[in-house]
Every structure is written in C-alpha cells, then in structure tokens.
Design a protein around this ligand. Structure first.
Ligand SMILES: CC(C)(COP(=O)(O)OP(=O)(O)OC[C@H]1O[C@@H](n2cnc3c(N)ncnc32)[C@H](O)[C@@H]1OP(=O)(O)O)[C@@H](O)C(=O)NCCC(=O)NCCS
Length: 312
C-alpha cells in the first residue's frame, strides 16, 4: 500500500497525461466504451484550456486519482452581489488504489486549494451521498423531477430540433436570459453556452415566433440525462408543457422528465406538477462551506439552481 505522502497532486502536464486521465475516467465512470472521447462530454474542464481545473493524483508516474475543481461565480439577480464557488466533478480513484484514503486526501487538498483561490463553497452531484457526507458535504437546495407521459391532447407548437452552430450570439444570450429567474444563479457566457451545447448527444429544441426564439429545451448530455430536460426557457408553464407534449409526439418518446428548480415561483410549480405523471423531490446538490463566507454561499446556493449544462 502506498503512503499518502508519496502522492503528488497537480494539473496534467501533457496531452499524454490528459489521455491517461480520460482513460481512468472512462473506466471508472462509464459502463462501456463511448462513441466519442470522454473529454468531449466536459469541454470546459477537460479540454487543454480547462487544464487548471483538472487535479490529478500521481504515485511516481502513475495516475491514481482525479477530480475537477471548476471556479464559478454565483450572482444575485438583483443586487449585484456575487460569491465565488467551486464545482467538483469527474471524481475517480484508480481501481487498484481504492479504499486507501486517496479520495479523502484529494478532496481535502482540493478544499485547501479552493480556499486559496477565494472560493466559498464546494458543490457536487452524486448518488454516493454517504461517501460525500463522510467527507464534510451536505445536501443543498431542492429540485423537482417531473415526468410527463404522452397524452391524447393534440398539440403541435412547432418546436424543432436545432444545431447550436445555426444560432447567433444574440440568440444564445436571449435564451440564457429566458431561463426562469431565481434569486441566485451561476454566470455563463454565450461562448461557454455554445461549447456546452456541442456536447455529444445534447439535443436542443427551439420554438420561434417569426425570427424570435420564444422557448427552448435541452435534453441529454453525453451519457447523462437521457430523456431528461435539464435546461429550459419559456414564458409560461403552459408554453413549456405544450412543447414537451410536442416533442414526445414528434419524436415518439414514451415520456420526458423535466428538472424544475425547488425555488421556482410556486404558481409555476403547481401548474407543472398538476400535469406530471410522476413527481420526485430531490436535493439540488451537495455542498461544503469554506471559510468565513461559507455559510453565506450555502444559503445562496439553496436559493439558486445549477442547470444541467453547468453540472460536472
Ligand atoms: C468513490 C471513489 C472515488 C472513492 O475513492 P477511494 O479513494 O476509494 O476513497 P477513500 O479510500 O478515500 O475513502 C474515503 C472514505 O469513504 C468511504 N467510501 C469509499 N467508497 C465509498 C462508497 N462507494 N460509498 C460509501 N463510502 C465509501 C471509505 O470507506 C472511507 O471511509 P473512512 O475514511 O471512514 O474509512 C472510488 O471508489 C471510485 O473511483 N469509484 C468509481 C467512480 C465513482 O463512483 N466516482 C464518484 C462519482 S461522484
């Protein structure tokens, strides 16, 4: 067994090291071979440009663990206050080195790096809640997962699948602005939005009135979120519901699940829940406060929603 002090913790130094990292992540986090490269599912944090967010644990020259730490700005929507937080993802220990305390040590060191970077909380998504609770994380916020099945209702809003390349920067900007307004949200540039919409198996559907985009939904993201609408913009619950039914009919889907922020306007939630065939309530994410503003950041996160394309 290796001593934890022998482990060097750093960003990858070359394309070869990034390749070993992506093999470790594919073997640890995917059930079989992929039809695309693993890093294309995470274009902002696993690309060479995102190198500083990628933290590898090496024993001599062997890569034994990895986690991303992605600094993001949480912005209050009306009073210009902001808080820096770090999103954690792509967490894996090499099979041969599991159960030896490496991930505990890696997350502990990431928390120290995050504090030095001025981040006030770490945030992640995982089914391994016990594992992360042991490391100091707790549930934050909540989300509804509402499933809609095919109905006999004859609808056809004209929402259609669209390639991100055909959208202008102004259109992407208006789409970001048309997501439901919550008290806090994570900043995202249009360039980042474009890159994220380019993730394999990410389906964007857009409804226009004349030339103007009036509503949209995003389904799927690489291997994740199949048949799940994890980002959307619409002017009313009925507009959104009609779009969902249209997509179910036009693409012959059995059902679609919509992710809804727990802090969304209650009138919207009531209307959406009324038409859902299955309703689940979950924590939005898990978080760990850091430093003196840690609890402030945790409270802000509880009133925010981290949309699907931001989660890593
Ligand atoms: C989950 C994973 C990252 C843990 O890494 P690891 O290096 O084996 O973890 P550690 O040895 O540092 O374990 C830390 C603690 O968590 C516990 N733990 C480890 N795996 C666990 C699991 N799957 N569920 C619950 N607790 C777990 C350990 O017993 C240990 O507890 P202790 O300190 O009280 O003894 C590793 O098993 C892995 O890569 N799994 C496959 C990929 C994956 O699931 N990644 C997480 C996606 S969010």
């Amino acid at each position: 067994m290796s001593a934890l002090t022998d482990i060097k913790f750093r960003n990858p130094l070359s394309a070869i090291e990034r390749g070993s990292r992506d093999s470790l992540l594919t073997q640890s986090l995917r059930e079989g071979p992929l039809n695309w490269s693993y890093d294309s599912e995470y274009p902002l944090v696993l690309s060479p440009e995102g190198n500083s967010t990628s933290w590898c644990a090496f024993l001599d020259d062997q890569l034994i663990g990895h986690a991303n730490l992605w600094p993001r700005t949480l912005q209050h929507t009306s009073n210009h206050k902001s808080l820096e937080i770090g999103l954690i993802g792509n967490v894996a220990t090499h099979e041969k080195f599991r159960g030896q305390g490496h991930m505990r040590s890696l997350i502990h060191q990431l928390a120290q790096i995050a504090e030095k970077q001025g981040l006030h909380a770490l945030v992640l998504w995982s089914d391994l809640s016990q594992f992360y609770q042991n490391l100091g994380f707790r549930s934050i916020g909540r989300e509804w997962r509402l499933t809609f099945s095919r109905t006999d209702l004859k609808v056809g809003t004209g929402i259609v699948k669209m390639e991100v390349n055909s959208l202008t920067e102004a259109e992407l900007s208006s789409m970001l602005a048309s997501r439901p307004m919550l008290e806090w949200g994570i900043n995202r540039t249009t360039d980042e939005f474009r890159a994220l919409l380019g993730i394999p198996e990410t389906l964007l559907f857009v409804r226009r009135q004349g030339a103007k985009i009036i509503s949209w939904v995003v389904i799927g993201k690489g291997t994740d979120m199949q048949a799940i609408i994890h980002e959307w913009g619409a002017s009313s619950p009925n507009e959104l519901l009609a779009n969902i039914q249209t997509i179910i009919c036009d693409y012959n889907a059995r059902s679609l699940t919509l992710l809804v922020p727990g802090s969304l306007n209650q009138q919207w939630v009531t209307l959406l829940k009324h038409r859902a065939t299955d309703i689940e309530e979950h924590p939005m994410a898990m978080g760990m406060p850091l430093g003196s503003k840690g609890e402030l950041a945790m409270n802000a996160l509880a009133k925010s929603f981290i949309w699907g394309l931001d989660s890593i």
